[in-house]
Design a protein around this ligand. Structure first.
Ligand SMILES: [Fe+2]
Length: 294
């Protein structure tokens, strides 16, 4: 990891242990035009990797983002439904949308595996704001799935600033604590940290607490999926929100410099039969009131 100079130039020494990418942890004023990563393909002693940047939200501005999860797309009808969901979300004018894993459904419908990420990219082009991908177990748990994900969507761990917050995309299938903690150590202490992960507090999130060590207390909130229903709570002083599937519910998050408001939202047209989908443990979901911050 390295920091750019004031003119945007940088030198990155490789050790051979990195993921096969160079990527930008974009800040609160500039983000890359197009993809935030480039594959490291050529085996050369030195190479030049440039990123064109564009201005975006000013530091400290209030903004809104949305968290959806577990879209499990592996059939043309799923991508059609996802496109319809993006059309609904566009109306809410988010700054970006995070999808907390199980974007696709690897190993369930092999017929469509081969083009699932091409379809995924096509569907998210229907969003009027950037869509932030987070890997789930159905995406990257297997070596083949990881290779496919990297080829189509880039690094599985990365981070960015927006407004006065720092956002971490965390690969809970194979946590890279060294990178995540180096990223957080390089982030100013007064910048609040929001984490997107696929697994949450109930299983792999427990070792997230151990892996983040002193950086755990810097986290403002953890968003995750995997359980397929809405659930909110606090684990070791860290508030968390688990989003439901594309059939159930999502989270609307309004961010102001000193305040974060998280609102549970059932999908428009979702039936209560879909909403009360059960936890993996078999317990029924608790029915929250739509629109009430939790
Ligand atoms: Fe899932």
């Amino acid at each position: 990891m390295t920091r750019t100079d004031d003119d945007g130039s940088y030198v990155l020494q490789l050790t051979g242990e990195e993921a096969p990418f160079v990527f930008v942890v974009w800040n609160d004023q500039w983000r890359p035009r197009g993809e935030f990563y480039r594959p490291l393909t050529a085996d050369a002693e030195s190479r030049t990797v440039d990123f064109a940047m564009v201005k975006h939200a000013p530091a400290g501005a209030a903004f809104r983002f949305i968290v959806i999860s577990d879209t499990h797309c592996n059939h043309p009808k799923h991508f059609k439904q996802l496109s319809a969901r993006y059309a609904q979300l566009n109306e809410l004018k988010p700054a970006f949308i995070a999808v907390t894993g199980d974007l696709t459904n690897h190993q369930v419908n092999k017929k469509y595996n081969v083009k699932r990420y091409a379809e995924w990219r096509k569907a998210k082009a229907g969003s009027t704001c950037p869509v932030i991908d987070v890997p789930g177990n159905h995406d990257t748990a297997t070596p083949a799935g990881l290779a496919e994900y990297r080829e189509s969507l880039g690094p599985t761990h990365h981070a960015f600033d927006f407004g006065d917050r720092h956002f971490v995309i965390f690969d809970s299938n194979r946590p890279n604590w060294r990178w995540v903690n180096a990223d957080l150590d390089a982030t100013p202490r007064d910048r609040k940290v929001i984490v997107f992960s696929h697994h949450g507090y109930s299983n792999r999130g427990k070792y997230m607490h151990g892996g983040l060590k002193k950086n755990w207390t810097r986290c403002e909130v953890l968003f995750f999926g995997h359980g397929h229903v809405h659930k909110s709570g606090v684990y070791k002083n860290l508030p968390y929100h688990m989003s439901g599937t594309i059939h159930q519910s999502f989270h609307l998050v309004d961010v102001a410099p000193a305040k974060l408001t998280v609102t549970w939202q059932p999908w428009e047209n979702a039936t209560w039969g879909q909403i009360k989908a059960r936890f993996l443990s078999g317990k029924p979901a608790t029915r929250p009131q739509a629109g009430v911050p939790d």
